[in-house]
Design a binder for this molecule. Structure first.
Ligand SMILES: *Cc1c(COP(=O)(O)O)cnc(C)c1O
Length: 378
């Protein structure tokens, strides 16, 4: 089955009792048993819910995974993955990372004795050098947030395999429509379904997909034991959103390329970060590992100050100033003071995140209106 068909049908079947085409929202906390432990596959809704199962099967299908476990947020999904680690274990992570991931790693897991090395993964040699005997996981984010750098998933997955280390990819920015890390050799793929999978800025959710039996057992254990699960309504919203993923993504990618080309030629921009630009340092790699360059881009202003960025962002009318991304509406944000505010300024600057950097999540509006809005904001 091709992707666009899978997005609508993978793991889905009409509901048994009524033939409903869409899975109902099974709003229940528990399920009747005919005798102790005799039930139809569900006993208590922390452990499982049919609406959530339908979503998990769909995401597993899209990522080419045996199984998927869904969570109440992307952060809860990462939390569940990392809880398989033990004090003394070591993780190598991309240095240009989603701010919330950095906060989770350094402020929750580091105090529990798990060690992290943040490296520039655009040079895979840095990953090789950071490996220790205690290294248990390599955490990849690509394209990175907010600098849209591209990390070579197959190369790093190969390094990980050779050293018996698990490789995990945060695939939130690309979505499985544009990039499928498991097909490139990674062990685990994770999503904030809040973004492209949900696609309508109306739900918070997370997912992890894998074909590694040990990993899925740990995830199921975490679901049951720590219970960071999504409710049936939220599961339904993500499921509903995914059915148009390919159509939304196509338009976002097209709009983003047009805007990136336009901004690159604008006299008031300094640098434009978009993997679809030939000036992007990993343009060729992006072309190889992704089937499209995504709907996210960033740019800096000639006047590189937080004030000039704030001024610009307060003037846009179609682009809404907001955190988050991946919805049908275009959003604009300032990483240095918003999403990446929890990363210390000196760490931020060292990774190349400039003060005037503006991040754009390109929606599916008419691109002429988007460009006109940016032009008037300069
Ligand atoms: C938003 C996001 C997360 C966190 O997901 P939530 O659903 O907000 O908890 C993780 N990684 C990336 C790349 C994100 O954009």
């Amino acid at each position: 089955m091709k992707f666009n068909t899978k997005a609508i049908h993978a793991g889905q079947a009409p509901e048994k009792t009524t033939g409903a085409v869409m899975p109902p929202i099974f709003q229940t906390s528990t399920y009747v048993q005919s005798a102790p432990n005799e039930h139809q596959g569900y006993d208590y809704a922390r452990v499982g819910n049919p609406t959530r199962t339908a979503l998990e099967k769909l995401i597993a299908g899209l990522e080419g995974a045996d199984e998927c476990a869904c969570f109440a947020s992307g952060c809860a999904a990462m939390d569940a993955i990392l809880k398989s680690l033990r004090p003394g274990d070591h993780v190598i992570a991309t240095n240009d990372l989603y701010g919330g991931s950095y906060r989770l790693f350094t402020q929750v897991f580091e105090p529990y004795g798990i060690e992290f090395s943040f490296v520039d993964m655009t040079d895979t040699g840095n990953v090789r050098e950071a490996i220790r005997s205690e290294t248990k996981m390599i955490w990849i984010e690509t394209p990175t947030n907010p600098l849209l750098r591209i990390v070579d998933i197959s190369k790093i997955a190969e390094i990980a395999k050779k050293n018996s280390i698990l490789s995990a990819v945060d695939n939130t920015f690309a979505s499985p429509y544009l990039q499928r890390p498991l097909e490139l050799g990674a062990d685990i793929v994770m999503h904030s379904t809040t973004k492209y999978l949900g696609g309508h800025s109306d739900v918070i959710g997370g997912a992890v997909a894998t074909s590694n039996q040990e990993v899925i057992e740990n995830l199921r254990f975490q679901v049951k034991t720590t219970g960071g699960v999504p409710g049936p309504m939220d599961s339904y919203l993500v499921l509903r959103g995914i059915k148009t993923l390919h159509v939304r993504m196509d338009r976002s990618v097209k709009n983003a390329q047009t805007i990136a080309d336009h901004l690159e030629n604008h006299p008031q921009t300094d640098k434009v970060y978009y993997p679809g630009l030939e000036s992007h340092p990993q343009h060729t790699l992006a072309k190889k590992q992704m089937s499209g360059f995504g709907g996210m881009l960033s740019f800096t202003l000639k006047e590189d100050t937080q004030e000039s960025a704030s001024r610009f962002m307060s003037r846009t009318k179609v682009f809404a100033l907001a955190e988050s991304l991946g919805g049908v509406e275009s959003l604009i944000s300032h990483p240095a003071s918003m999403t990446h505010g929890s990363i210390p300024a000196e760490v931020r600057r060292k990774t190349g995140l400039k003060d005037s950097l503006i991040r754009v999540s390109v929606g599916i509006e008419d691109v002429d209106d988007l460009i006109e809005d940016l032009n008037q904001a300069f």
